[in-house]
Design a protein around this ligand. Structure first.
Ligand code: ATP
Length: 141
């Protein structure tokens, strides 16, 4: 598999689990969070990490964000930061942006400003579990 460069912004449970899986699969992963503790916790699961505020263009540029193939914005609760970050990434010309939404309205805004893939973690996971339950033999173990 080709080695791609991913940046994960927001290292909560969601962002860290994405970073971890990509890293395990041999991909290059930069983890970014405004919170020092979150960065420290994620360090074993990323290639590089940085403490930075992703709503600051200067910070994103100094991390070389424009060199990444895909940026995942895993900030949920702070909707303003999530939207501002995505707008900056769009303006910087990032080709593939994935972002987590915590509500339908948040997701609609993210789609409007050009996020390629909006993820609704609870909704999407609920659908996945139901699909697994519906798959043949699932209840016959
Ligand atoms: P999860 O459900 O994934 O555990 P969470 O509940 O910890 O997430 P969220 O609000 O979704 O919290 O934020 C995820 C991470 O994003 C947090 O670790 C937070 O510090 C980080 N974050 C929030 N704002 C910014 C920002 N402006 N720049 C960088 N990181 C940020």
């Amino acid at each position: 598999m080709a080695r791609n460069q991913y940046a994960v912004i927001g290292l909560g449970r969601f962002g860290t689990s994405i970073a971890r899986r990509l890293h395990e699969a041999g991909q290059e992963v930069l983890g970014i969070d405004i919170n020092e503790e979150s960065v420290e916790n994620a360090e074993p699961y990323v290639t590089d990490s940085a403490i930075a505020d992703s709503t600051e263009e200067k910070a994103l540029k100094s991390l070389g964000i424009t060199n990444f193939d895909c940026v995942i914005v895993a900030i949920g609760d702070d909707i303003q930061s999530s939207i501002l970050t995505v707008m900056l990434l769009k303006n910087l010309g990032i080709k593939k942006i994935i972002a987590k939404a915590t509500s339908k309205r948040h997701g609609q805004v993210l789609e409007t400003i050009g996020v390629d893939w909006v993820i609704y973690p609870e909704r999407d996971m609920g659908e996945r579990v139901a699909n697994q339950l519906l798959s043949p033999n699932m209840l016959n173990y």
